[in-house]
Design a protein around this ligand. Structure first.
Ligand code: FES
Length: 128
């Protein structure tokens, strides 16, 4: 009996054209009742990807689908209790979880698509 194959090393998140237009994309992987949520931002010509899970209450950072609060192109506010996070490293610098951090995800762009290159979740999608 052979071991099951390793999961693919990357998973597509969103097209770069769409992300550049909207500035944000939400993705979810896994079972619908307990998905792994990802949010990707395009701010100041840079891409930032995080697990969409506030370290304060372990719930998504947004209240409404696709609506995230970004300030000065570099700071993200959780919609629930106003924790403030730096996009650069995901660290909370103000609010109820000061010093905690969002889980930052590595991304790369290939052929016009933004890929998560080290997903901390099991995926079934084929790599390019
Ligand atoms: S759940 Fe994000 S600040 Fe409370």
């Amino acid at each position: 009996m052979t071991a099951p194959p390793d999961p693919p090393c990357s998973v597509s998140l969103v097209s770069l054209a769409t992300l550049a237009k909207t500035g944000v994309a939400e993705c979810a992987f896994g079972p619908p009742d307990d998905p792994f949520r990802v949010v990707v931002f395009f701010e100041r010509e840079r891409i930032y990807a995080f697990e969409n899970r506030c370290p304060h209450f372990s719930i998504p950072l947004n209240f409404e689908p696709g609506i995230f609060w970004i300030y000065s192109g570099s700071e993200l506010m959780c919609a629930h209790h106003s924790a403030m996070f730096r996009l650069e490293d995901g660290v909370c610098f103000d609010g109820p979880c000061n010093g905690a951090a969002l889980r930052k995800l590595a991304v790369e762009i290939h052929q016009g698509t933004v890929w998560c290159t080290s997903p901390p979740f099991r995926v079934t999608q084929d790599a390019p």
